[in-house]
Write a protein that binds this ligand. Structure first.
Ligand SMILES: Nc1ncnc2c1ncn2[C@@H]1O[C@H](COP(=O)(O)OP(=O)(O)OP(=O)(O)O)[C@@H](O)[C@H]1O
Ligand SMILES: [Mg+2]
Length: 334
């Protein structure tokens, strides 16, 4: 019977596997899923037979804080909320539910960048990140709307198997706005308040969703504040979070359209990424020049930042691409 369960997992997974990196895939095939199926109630046996994660793998909070505050420009709201979210989960001995954050904002505002900073600092440098960090690119991994049923089962198996082996697993779902309708609700059971489910404890897992949906709403609010001569620092984060949850629930292209995850309040934090202004783009250009080993040419910095701040067409206050094309512009101009 047990062998049969292993076989079921084995059969279901291949359609998802080719899209994931080979090491994660083989670890999953050889490790987590089978481990979960065979030894779910014998964690000591599980850890003797297979590589397991333990408490010393946990995030170095002060490093992540310094990195976010130093490297991320113009996102004081996002950084502030993410630090609260991480510290609450990480400093709790046995969190009641996994940490679930949904990042929203225009392209190039730093959503993927911030999630990489978290992923890089979540574990000790000596441990292989591939064992813990699972990145799903919706456009790549869930591209066929007709396969939703299969994806649902694979996603559940993947999460269950990996959290079983590594409780502090990080799951990042990018391009949520392209997620087939209903797919994300398949992970609802894992995100709720449960002591354990089938012998697996999910409270230390972290889920991050990256989404362009809600970006226009965030920009609209930021612009209203600017037009009424108030700073972006004055935007009340609670109000923005509430508006975001409403917006993405009713937006058919958000991946969360009428989603149970929102209905059941399982997303702990809606994180707004504000549109980037001229000064922030300048900071990105400066950073990129440094990274590419060029001197900080003030004229070039101003030229690129001016060209990129294009929205709204009259005021030209924000960069509609954020800092996304900064690297290529610097390469072309140097
Ligand atoms: N707020 C920021 N602070 C510093 N650098 C940034 C910021 N936003 C973007 N960048 C730079 O621009 C690059 C592209 O940004 P990133 O990929 O994080 O955008 P994104 O919000 O994920 O966009 P998309 O919605 O298109 O996926 C980053 O790798 C980083 O170098
Ligand atoms: Mg991104």
């Amino acid at each position: 019977m047990k062998l049969l369960s292993v076989g079921v997992v084995f059969v279901l997974v291949p359609a998802l596997l080719p899209a994931l990196d080979p090491l994660s895939a083989s670890l999953f095939m050889g490790g987590a899923a089978i481990t979960w199926q065979l030894f779910s109630s014998h964690s000591w046996l599980k850890c003797r037979l297979l590589e397991c994660c333990n408490a010393k793998d946990t995030l170095n909070f002060s490093v992540v804080k310094t990195d976010l505050e130093r490297k991320v420009f113009g996102q004081h709201l996002a950084v502030q909320l993410i630090l609260i979210a991480l510290s609450t989960n990480i400093h709790s001995k046995r969190p009641k539910k996994p940490l679930v954050m949904s990042f929203h904002g225009w392209t190039g505002t730093g959503k993927t960048f911030v999630s990489s900073i978290i992923a890089e600092n979540l574990y000790q440098p000596s441990t292989s990140r591939r064992r813990f960090v699972h990145h799903f690119d919706t456009a790549l991994h869930f591209s066929h709307a007709s396969h939703v049923h299969l994806y649902k089962e694979q996603l559940q198996d993947w999460i269950r198997g990996n959290v079983s082996a590594c409780p502090r697993s990080l799951f990042i779902f990018s391009e949520m706005d392209q997620m087939p309708h209903g797919l994300i609700d398949s992970i609802t059971p894992f995100l709720g308040y449960h002591e354990e489910m089938d012998g697996v404890y999910y409270g230390k897992a972290i889920f991050i969703f990256l989404n362009n949906a809600g970006g226009d709403k965030i920009t609209e609010i930021a612009l209203d504040y600017w037009r009424s001569l108030k700073g972006r620092e004055d935007i009340p984060v609670k109000e923005l979070q509430h508006l975001l949850s409403k917006e993405i629930f009713s937006n058919t292209n958000s991946g969360f359209f009428q989603s149970q995850l929102i209905q059941k309040n399982l997303i702990d934090y809606f994180i707004p990424f504000l549109p980037l202004e001229y000064e922030h783009v300048k900071q990105c250009v400066r950073e990129e020049l440094r990274a590419q080993g060029h001197p900080e040419d003030e004229d070039l910095i101003t030229e690129i930042a001016l060209a990129m701040t294009d929205y709204p067409s009259e005021e030209r206050l924000y960069s509609s691409k954020g800092c996304k094309t900064v690297a290529s512009r610097v390469t072309l101009s140097t």
